[in-house]
Write a protein that binds this ligand. Structure first.
Ligand code: SF4
Length: 498
């Protein structure tokens, strides 16, 4: 029986997950990847990292012919190739592909590329998910080659692009050989227990637990969690630690949580409201919240994208770049205006967006956002990037009001919120019948993640008409985000004053 590196990593997380993967893979959760399929010509981070070690030879991936990948690797080694990408080895039933293998005298260095900016734990050790990944490769290769060092190659979060991309500065190479060698003594036992489990044929009896989402969300979640009821304790917000201690006591439904169980105040309100099936409304608190808001009210929402590889000057890996905003302005006389901006996907959007926003936001009055810390942090970043208009931008941040506050602080709590307070939960609960306020009725963009992922890749989509359709979907989506805020505030007003 052969175990690949990814299967080994799966088995480390949960034996049952490995068993299901090998025997019942059809039970995996289904994901809708349609928007991703549109773009296949992206810059590959692994390929970019290869340019750190130029003139190498790549072993072409062929899932139907692994034998060929193995023999090509051996041929390259025999022929004196100094740099091999995706070198493939199989030994003692373990199959691994090494991102970059580099000859160093009569030994070899191996490099594993990760699209992250952080590989360390708080204690300064290499995160287990990265360490074990490299350790199993070392375990396999060390039986075939003389190894020198093992490195993680990852993104430097401090790198700021300025002109041409400097690949040497973008990536960090971290020598983790000592930890990798220390881990070797444990690998035989880990592999043996996986092999024994797989040859026993029966699915291992493993209950759900913290391991279902750590280090990765398991893709058999739906299958294993099928008996967990809709009103489960896992829906109690602000109570992460309590979830598993309740579960271990056999308490699964919110209904069964004892009233004296130690929970945060907000979690207790949620439980009380759920058990009584009652909406909790604290009118005086909602009223004081509303009284903080001044006309004209600017309802503002940004959409941002993140790229591992900076495209523009002044951009760092994974920094949020705002590319779109929607702005509804409610005047005291009831007039509602709408302004919007959506950047050209080929250009750095920051300067144009900031100037357009400053032009459209009214000079006076409140700026209302939902979970405003995000909008304020984007404005702060824009101010750092655009020193000429820094003061004007930072002045906006003093005018923000967070519309999520009445919901996060439970001045208004509906049992259907299930402990959450995002706009995607609050809006349909307050307006269940209004199809115009339903995100599910939108086009290809139905949430912030859709917007983020789609715009990041939009410049690579060749088909102009498809790009136009997506741009329209983005505009419609962001428009709804600010219209939703107008409606939510209207509803809060009704609750207090009518
Ligand atoms: S959902 Fe949890 S218990 Fe089920 S296979 Fe995955 S990790 Fe294991």
């Amino acid at each position: 029986m052969t175990i690949s590196k990814s299967q080994y990593m799966r088995g480390l997380q949960c034996h049952k997950s490995l068993w299901l993967h090998k025997n019942k893979s059809a039970l995996k959760d289904k994901y809708d990847n349609t928007s991703m399929v549109l773009y296949d010509a992206g810059i590959n981070l692994g390929q970019l990292a290869q340019s750190l070690f130029p003139d190498g030879t790549e072993v072409q991936y062929d899932a139907t012919n692994l034998k060929k990948m193995l023999s090509t690797t051996q041929d390259l080694i025999k022929n004196g190739t100094k740099v091999i990408y995706e070198a493939t080895f199989s030994e003692n039933g373990v199959l691994v592909m090494v991102d970059i293998l580099v000859k160093n005298g009569d030994t070899w260095d191996m490099y594993e590329v990760k699209g992250t900016t952080n590989v360390k734990t708080k204690q300064g050790r290499t995160k287990a998910k990265y360490l074990y990944d490299v350790a199993i490769q070392w375990y396999t290769l060390s039986k075939i080659l003389k190894l020198n060092k093992a490195y993680l190659v990852y993104l430097d979060k401090k790198y700021t692009r300025n002109g041409a991309l400097e690949v040497e500065k973008l990536f960090v190479k971290k020598d983790i050989s000592i930890e990798v060698i220390e881990e070797q003594v444990h690998i035989n036992d880990k592999l043996t227990s996986m092999e024994n489990m797989l040859t026993a044929k029966d699915m291992p009896k493993i209950d759900i637990g913290r391991h279902c989402s750590s280090p990765y969300r398991c893709d058999f979640h739906k299958y294993c969690w099928q008996d967990i009821p809709e009103d489960s304790i896992f829906k109690i917000a602000y109570a992460k630690k309590a979830h598993w201690s309740l579960y271990e006591k056999g308490i699964i439904s919110m209904r069964d949580v004892p009233d004296n169980f130690p929970l945060e105040k907000r979690a207790k309100k949620q439980l009380k409201s759920y058990k009584a099936n009652e909406t909790h409304i604290d009118k005086p608190k909602i009223q004081s919240f509303i009284e903080k808001i001044n006309y004209p009210i600017n309802f503002l929402d940004f959409e941002t994208f993140q790229s591992p590889i900076p495209r523009f000057d002044g951009q760092k890996p994974y920094i949020h770049i705002p590319f779109q905003y929607s702005l509804h302005i409610l005047h005291e006389d009831g007039r509602l205006e709408h302004k919007e901006f959506l950047a050209n996907e080929h250009n750095d959007p920051r300067g144009e967006l900031a100037k357009d926003m400053l032009k459209n936001i009214t000079e006076k009055g409140s700026i209302v956002a939902y979970k405003d810390t995000f909008e304020k942090s984007q404005i702060k970043n824009l101010a750092l990037f655009l020193p000429d208009i820094k003061n004007n931008l930072l002045a906006l941040n003093k005018r923000f009001i967070d519309l999520a506050e009445p919901f996060s602080k439970r001045y208004y709590y509906h049992p259907k919120f299930h402990g959450r307070h995002s706009i995607k939960v609050v809006l349909p609960t307050l307006f269940p019948e209004d199809s115009k306020l339903n995100y599910k009725n939108l086009g290809s963009i139905q949430n912030g993640l859709d917007a983020m992922n789609t715009f990041e890749k939009l410049h690579r989509l060749q088909d102009k008409s498809k790009r136009e359709i997506i741009r329209q979907d983005l505009l419609i989506y962001c428009h709804l985000d600010t219209l939703a805020m107008v409606k939510i505030l209207e509803k809060l007003n009704e609750l207090v004053y009518e």
